[in-house]
Design a protein around this ligand. Sequence first.
Ligand code: F3S
Length: 387
Amino acid sequence: MLLDNDDERILAGEQGETKQKMLELLVALGKVFGAERLVPVKSAQVSGASYKTIGKYGLEWLNSLDAKAVVPAVLNPIGMPRTRWQEMGVDAAFAKNQEAVVAAYARLGIALECTCTPYYLRETLYGDHLAWSESSAVSYANSVIGARTNREGGPGALAAALVGKTPCYGLHLAANRKPQVIVRVQADTRDWTIADYGALGYHAGKLVGNRIPFFSGITPERDQLKALGAAMAATGAVALYHVEGVTPEAVKVSYDLGNLETIAVETDDVRRLFREVPVNAVALGCPHCSPEELGNLARILAGKRVKKPLYIFASQGVIDANRSAVDIIEKSGAKVYADTCMVVSPVMEQYAGIMVNSGKALAYVPDMCGGAARIGTTEECVRVAME
Ligand code: F3S
């Protein structure tokens, strides 16, 4: 693998043992995947941030490291809102451990924005090389923005943050970004919502697995693309998809689709996922809400009162920039929490049935929270929260 003088100095230990070990990790990864060189990254997004997922040994490992991030880097959602954990009902012992994990990352120079939607906080552009790890963020970066990132593991993303580079293989290379299967949606999608696109992603992810799909027959907007990609990354392993006439590479690059397998998806494949299940809490914001989603929720909830717990998740930066919408939402009794989400917070484990508007949450809630999940539109979710 081609390394420059700076890399060689780091490998020789001139910038400390942590950076040396981190670059060794990146070089080893690169060798496994056939990378010829490292590529500088514009930013990193580091998973392995919730104490629920990394536990005591993960925390010990983080505490053993001594270096500072050299590119902008944020964390994935953690197990609680950093400032409102007591109000959310998080156990004090868990909170203490979670705070220790956050402090360890802060010491490493990782910004304490804990979100799966870093693209709302820092401009990310077409062609940027990144080292992001949360699957929906990776899918959005590659597909909706046209940036380039593999789905990094937590240590790989942290290593990239500390070194500023990542091995150049996989989705960093144009040759590996071509469609591998066509998904033809044969349905009237004009009135489709975020939830419909989430359900489409839930269904399509199971069919395409880890291939790069090229969708035709749909014209999703940005939040709908976010929902589609997040769900496909959950039920499949899709880190990049294209939508004819919509996503940037499908528009800019002329792909040869001639010999690809075609999978047809019909209305019933999507509608059958909208099953009625008893619900005792509602959770929205998977992936974390955009400003537009918060604005829409404020319009729907204005002057209303919820009876069931209604959790809404967004990044702290998006919450701060949309304070009036958040105030209207919280006047209804709903809660808008930063830093965490319905899947990584242990608080959600108390509910036997959770309603969501997200195909990804539909896939993850049963395993990660132990309850049943039901998908509905945002309006249906609010209506159920009011019953
Ligand atoms: Fe984000 Fe949590 Fe969903 S990390 S994509 S809100 S499961």
